[in-house]
Design a protein around this ligand. Sequence first.
Ligand code: PLP
Length: 415
Amino acid sequence: MNNSTCDFKWIITPHEKKDLSAAKKMFPIEVSRTARRFHRQIPGYRMSPLVSLPNLATMFKVGGIWVKDEASRLELNSFKVLGGSFALYRFIQERLHISDEQMSYSYLISNEVKEKLGDITFASATDGNHGRGIAWAAQKLGHRCVIYVHSETSQRRIDAIRGYGATVKVIDGNYDDAVRQIVVDAKENGWEIISDTSWEGYSQIPTWIMQGYSTMMAEIQEQFSAQGITRPTHVFVQAGVGALAASVIGYYHSLCGENAPTCVVVEPEDAACLFASASTENREIRNVDGDLDTIMAGLACGSPSEIAWNVLRQTVDAFVTVPDYIAAKGMRVYATPLKGDPFIVSGESGAVTLGALLSILRENGADQLRDFLKIDEHSQILLINTEGNTDPVLFRQIIWEGSNPVPEEYWFDRE
Ligand SMILES: Cc1ncc(COP(=O)(O)O)c(C=O)c1O
């Protein structure tokens, strides 16, 4: 639904009864345990913080705003490495027919495994963070890695991927063009594609990637329970192809069934393929094309992941699309917190859910959405800061120089 007095759009997707089968199949609780057991063994692993913003919550009259802060995950500044590393683990495990019990991280990086596997080149298209995670994991395992990026990818993101020894090729067009090209080239060169998005006939590796993300939710639940909170009441997740959103939302629906939190997916307005899919009569997959122009580089995707959409179409309560300045506002609010709240470093894709939440809570035109979501002073709202400062130049432009300002009619303090 559009509301002319609001600067963002939403569609609510009420379910008579949610179909939990896809969520339960993809995210049985044992999977998050296996993923976490694997990630725990990686040198440098530690739980990322679950940060509370109590003063911001009071200001906006909600019970709690909780931020899972992935800015320093394994020094890669983003949650993405959890998926790529777990997929490589599963890939090797399957190739060598090794059980979970036999498969330790130290064995994974051993010469014995390398000799058994022979030379492998892992390949992926990326809008930045996924490629960085795959390059990092391939380097740890001693294998070659080729990453394709699209022409709008910033040099900083390309350099960061090269920093982990990967070959990076820039493809004309957008993220989806880079995906299409790598499929062709991988076939020709015998590369193994480790993609975070799925398509017909290619779903096993993206499934492992999504399952790898569930380490994050296992940590969140442990952190909530230490605060006496059973589960969040609301979850806001940002989406590109939807793999992260399906993982977070699928995990909670598998864990809590009909009592799962109310789940909202947030996308950039010019790259909103999940919103487009949700808008069809039977919630069928829809692509959006064009140059997918947004500052939210990690979310600039025009085609949903099919397996992610199977989970999302049955479980998401509302889809929201926002202009870029809402993400920029989220970054600034994180970076300049209210007195007493902690400071969080958040990049464009990481901060958009905070920007969206504050707009939903503040804008008069969003009453219908607010009523539907039933956010009130008892709500415990979970956001995920999916990346830290992954593009330092853009970060400075937004935080220091004030690029992407909020139009005056949407200022917080207005007449
Ligand atoms: C920082 C960040 N947040 C969120 C996402 C969205 O993930 P997905 O493409 O699985 O929807 C990405 C994807 O690259 C990302 O880099």
